[in-house]
Design a protein around this ligand. Structure first.
Ligand SMILES: [Zn+2]
Length: 179
């Protein structure tokens, strides 16, 4: 339930809810603040937006600003698609996030485009293994050639984002306590 931006106290912070985004920035869930804090403490998510007004959750070992929105570090599959294979369509944002916004051809940081390794104009698909983050310069230089043809070898092999079962399990436990 959306709440008015009233000041949070040590008694009320647990009543707050936190928006959870998947690693691909897609909206994933709304969870009680305590569960969001666990995800942060377990290093499974990062804070995108802090709660306003600011409130720091303190325990014996941690002091964490209460978030309003957090993002999972790893892609968590939604229930209708329990597995993801290499043929699954990858999202633009997902590919950039997977490659940490680094160009797969020259390694420069801040890549803003996604390149089809095997050109789309020649039948290349939108799978995780055929898409890489790419800077505008390299994207233009490569055009509709393969890496071999353009003389621009990939710096790494693009793969479907790996998921660590234990981490996924922990995330699911915090997101869906009723399961
Ligand atoms: Zn580049």
């Amino acid at each position: 339930m959306p709440r008015p931006p009233t000041a949070i106290t040590t008694r009320t912070w647990m009543n707050a809810h936190v928006r959870v985004l998947n690693a691909t920035y897609e909206d994933f869930d709304l969870v009680p603040a305590a569960r969001a804090v666990v995800l942060l403490v377990e290093d499974l998510a990062l804070t995108l937006v802090e709660h306003s007004p600011r409130f720091v959750v303190r325990s014996q070992h941690v002091a964490i600003p209460l978030p309003r929105t957090i993002q999972l570090f790893e892609y968590v599959h939604t229930p209708p698609r329990p597995t993801i294979d290499d043929d699954t369509r990858a999202s633009f944002a997902g590919v950039l996030a997977r490659d940490h916004y680094r160009c797969a051809y020259c390694g420069v940081a801040g890549a803003t485009t996604v390149d089809h390794v095997y050109p789309r104009s020649r039948g290349g698909n939108n799978s995780w293994s055929n898409l890489v983050a790419c800077c505008l310069t390299c994207n233009n230089a490569k055009s509709d050639q393969t890496p071999e043809e353009s003389g621009m070898p990939l710096l790494w092999v693009p793969r479907t984002p790996r998921t660590d079962r234990k981490r996924q399990h922990t995330i699911w436990r915090e997101l869906t306590p009723h399961l």
